[in-house]
Design a protein around this ligand. Structure first.
Ligand SMILES: [Zn+2]
Length: 281
């Protein structure tokens, strides 16, 4: 019957093969980027020095989900706003239907800037175990109060690009997992050989380059939201998984710690995932 409903018009991708494969590959890369986010994190009684590389935070509403007993890496961009716009915008149709995570917990507003961690770090796990890395990039995740602090710092200093801070963490509870910042100085020469960060050239070879913030495109890949259908499926799993575990809806007051406490510290691409919450990798 012509004009009838055919699921394949909705749930599969026909048409230009090259384009749809390219799109799928980009989606996969985005997912990987999301899972590999490196958020600044400190063990208790540790400190790290970092240089701020951009000062207009990339801002989203985010859900922190408890999945398989951990919140580590389980951050998801809320799609409530996108879903509302999807009614009029064809290109956003994948978000139609609202945000399935909003019925599990409240999203929080969070902004991110890129920081260069200049304190050397010794890898304790993974293929590069024993190797010391430095000058690697992290995300500094800032919720409301930290964003207010950041805004004030920026207003006082005009720009925070190149601002060197020492972050120190003294306690596990009641303190953000990235610790407490104190301003040290402005670094005016980011081309200084001492600050070069590891990178890859177009051929995949290891090189060093002056530190740069992640671009808007890189941020949007890192925080790319899942489609409504994927989120709905995951929400169902999370609900099923939290039955009887008691971990579902209970929120502590020190939500920064709860939400960022399990994050890994930075460095090479393969270092994240699976570790104890107290060990950066
Ligand atoms: Zn939401």
């Amino acid at each position: 019957m012509s004009g009838g409903f055919n699921w394949a018009d909705y749930g599969s991708e026909q048409g230009d093969l090259e384009k749809s494969t390219k799109d799928a590959k980009e989606r996969r890369q985005s997912q990987n980027a999301r899972k590999r986010q490196k958020r600044l994190w400190l063990p208790v009684n540790a400190e790290k020095k970092v240089i701020i590389l951009d000062d207009d935070p990339f801002r989203i509403d985010e859900h922190s989900m408890l999945i398989n007993g951990t919140r580590k890496g389980n951050w998801f961009t809320c799609i409530k706003k996108l879903a509302a716009l999807a009614e009029d915008k064809q290109e956003l149709k994948m978000f139609k239907g609202g945000c399935p995570f909003c019925s599990i917990n409240e999203p929080y507003f969070v902004g991110f800037v890129t920081v260069l961690v200049v304190t050397p770090f010794r890898l304790e796990r993974g293929p590069d175990k024993g190797k010391t890395i430095k000058n690697y990039r992290n995300l500094l995740p800032m919720k409301l109060e930290t964003l207010e602090w950041f805004h004030k710092e920026k207003r006082d200093r005009k720009s925070l690009v190149g601002a060197l801070y020492r972050f120190s963490r003294t306690k596990k509870q009641g303190q953000a997992a990235f610790g407490v910042p104190s301003f040290l100085q402005m670094v005016t020469n980011l081309d200084d050989p001492k600050l070069l960060m590891p990178a890859k050239d177009p051929n995949g070879n290891d090189i060093t380059i002056p530190p740069v913030a992640w671009t808007k495109e890189e941020y949007s890949k890192m925080f790319e939201p899942l489609a409504h259908t994927e989120m709905a499926a995951l929400a169902k799993e999370i609900r099923a998984g939290s039955d009887g575990s008691g971990g579902g809806g209970n929120r502590r007051n020190n939500d920064d710690d709860e939400e960022y406490g399990g994050d890994s510290g930075g460095g090479s691409d393969d270092s994240g995932g699976g570790g104890d919450d107290e060990i950066p990798f």
